[in-house]
Design a protein around this ligand. Sequence first.
Ligand code: NDP
Length: 444
Amino acid sequence: MSYVDEIYNYVVEKNPAQPEFHQAVKEVLESLRVVIEANEEEYRKDALLERLVTPERQILFRVPWVDDKGQVHVNNGFRIQFNSAIGPYKGGLRFHPSVNLGIIKFLGFEQIFKNSLTSLPIGGGKGGSDFDPKGKSDREVMAFCQSFMTELYRHIGADTDVPAGDIGVGGREIGYMYGQYKRIRDTYEGVLTGKGLTYGGSLARTQATGYGLLYLTEELLKCNGSDIKGKTVVVSGAGNVAIYAIEKAQQLGAKVVTCSDSTGWIYDPEGIDVALLKEVKEVKRARLTEYASARPSAEYHEGKGVWSVKCDVALPCATQNELLLDDAKQLVANGVQAVCEGANMPTSIEATQYLQDNKVLFVCGKASNAGGVATSALEMSQNSERLSWTFEEVDAKLKQIMVNIYHNIDDAARKYGMEGNYVAGANIAGFLKVAEAMKAQGIV
Ligand code: NDP
């Protein structure tokens, strides 16, 4: 049996009931097959792949907190410190009821390669909890965040592990966690990114993932003889990534006609009104029905459906496995040219294959959404030098990083005879740097 197949079976056997983690490993290993086969003897001897798929450290903890009525609740807390070969662990915290060990491991595994692709010195990690911030008062969210950090603080630090936000963790949650860390440690250090601008945050971090996604998409289209300007774009999600993807797409001259949340979706043929969307989602934390009632041109539909809308470019920006084979078929039938992932693993393996087989330009999240973590690393740099860069400086660096990522993954795909396969290009380019660093550091 090939080393790749052996390792996939090993992962399934050692990590039962973690389908998202299996899926993430499969996607990466399949596209690394050519590289691994060329170095099989050496990698096998060093058990390189066994080490790569096994987190360096897995931290699981209890998070008790008290609600406004005096009732005590208990949630599960996780931090997976997956790989520190190229830098301190770096990756977000997700607060969502669906969170479990397998989801955090899939996200942490992806993060290793994504962080490598940014060309910045950051290792891979991820964490979170099955706590649901939705419907909770600010005091309840604060109580949860303080309890979460009361355990997490001992495992993180500016040179050890620097968490950030993800689904359900925005500026409010980062603020409460930062306050508790500082209180316990009595140290003012850049231990979290995504901080507020008054206490060490970076300008452009809020926008970074969405803006970065569009900078990469713009370069992808340009290098394939097309132009983002004038394109019709469909976006899923209505959170941090989706909002700033929509904003930048519109600034670049595209028309975005959809967005969605966990209960329904909007079709707005006149183009999404970003200011209204921000008001509904960032300020009121309300449902998209409020967007539809305030905007006569918008239709609201229950459930899923954005991929049924005719478009040139599709940007999945909500969550994992939200674009399945049937959705891919609909997109292709409607003439989609490019799909770039804003979320992590939103496209299933079958859907990815179908899009690639039908010559759709497809870029996976570990390349196209890397702008968020890249700008987090820029926030770390600013914290270390105790300086703040201007919005324009950070945004220009972000754009350069995304353009470089596109060319790195394009070059890697060509070098290994898979021109246009940006999934393979991203996995190969991300992997080679990590593998080289692991080799240099010996058996650790
Ligand atoms: P947010 O919590 O800000 O927004 C998530 C959006 O997706 C919301 O609109 C939410 O709906 C919707 N959503 C979440 N879960 C589901 C679900 N199970 N089914 C349908 N809709 C869902 O998160 P982000 O925008 O930060 O993250 C979105 C994706 O991007 C995630 O995959 C994340 O890992 C990835 N990502 C985020 C980065 C960042 O910098 N924030 C960086 C790189 C990747 P509702 O409004 O109802 O909650």
